[in-house]
Write a protein of this length. Structure first.
Length: 275
């Protein structure tokens, strides 16, 4: 059985303050855009996979209303706590946030109450070591005709900022791997053609892919917060204070030298139906 690597929970727990800082300009718009495309209707049941702080799950809860149900699943205690707080403040009684391994949840979930929508915003490539097997299990939780939506980074997105922090860390860690199972899975889905083909391989029909263009300003004083508020945090989480400061300094120098003043955050949303 596939499982999510347990280290992802602590990484995203550590991002909480900065993750929330980047929710209004980044995670929020992309989560809302995904839910516009997956289009939950009043009374429907939604599963939000790797829901984080709830940007897409909370939007879905508004759409399904009190007669519907939204289950948000993630490994990050801190981000789920935030999502629960927002749901309570906004009276979104249909939203439930569950700390669980998504793959194990899918394996043991009863099919008696199938979902109308399964959606994942920047989550599918974290379902390792068998992304396709894990997603196939999630599709088994959909009713016939139910919709599956996956949001991924478009080719080139985050590359400039990611390259700068990789290069800064590599000066301290020359043996830092140039790729990972997560990054390779993300690359396998980063064009409209690749994403469309993948959804077809999974057996989905009526496949559509929508590009969401997004540019986010990256002022120098916020650039380190961006690293700490995304999955890039994994690169620095194990560094000691002195190493972090050295990486921080070199990262900012790379941004200036390369003229990087914004984040290219274009996304692709793939949508298909269970046959």
């Amino acid at each position: 059985m596939s499982t999510q690597p347990p280290g992802f929970g602590p990484v995203f727990d550590a991002t909480r303050q900065h993750f929330l800082r980047w929710t209004p300009p980044l995670w929020g718009p992309l989560g809302a855009a995904t839910t516009e495309i997956s289009a939950p209707r009043p009374g429907e049941r939604v599963l939000d996979v790797c829901c984080g702080a709830g940007s897409s799950a909370l939007t879905a809860a508004v759409k399904v209303g009190p007669a519907g149900a939204v289950d948000g699943i993630d490994l990050s205690t801190e981000l789920l706590d935030h999502a629960r707080t927002v749901a309570a403040q906004e009276g979104l009684t249909s939203a439930r946030f569950i700390e669980a391994d998504v793959c194990q949840y899918a394996a043991y979930r009863t099919a008696d109450e199938p979902y109308d929508v399964v959606q994942s915003v920047f989550g599918v490539f974290f379902l390792q070591p068998d992304m396709n097997g894990a997603v196939s299990r999630l599709l088994g939780l959909l009713r016939p005709g139910g919709r599956f939506a996956a949001t991924v980074w478009a080719e080139g997105s985050i590359d400039e900022v990611g390259g700068a922090i990789f290069d800064a860390v590599r000066e301290l860690r020359p043996n830092l791997p140039t790729s990972s199972p997560v990054s390779e899975s993300a690359k396998s889905l980063n064009t409209e053609e690749k994403l469309r083909a993948w959804l077809g391989v999974l057996g989905l029909t009526d496949v559509e892919v929508t590009k969401i263009p997004l540019r986010v300003p990256l002022p120098a004083e916020e650039a380190w917060s961006f690293v700490l508020g995304t999955g890039l945090h994994a690169l620095v989480i194990d560094l000691d204070e002195g190493e972090r400061e050295r990486v921080h300094t070199r990262y900012l120098e790379f941004l200036v030298a390369r003229g990087i003043t914004e984040v290219r955050a274009d996304a692709l949303v793939g949508l298909g139906r269970r046959a």
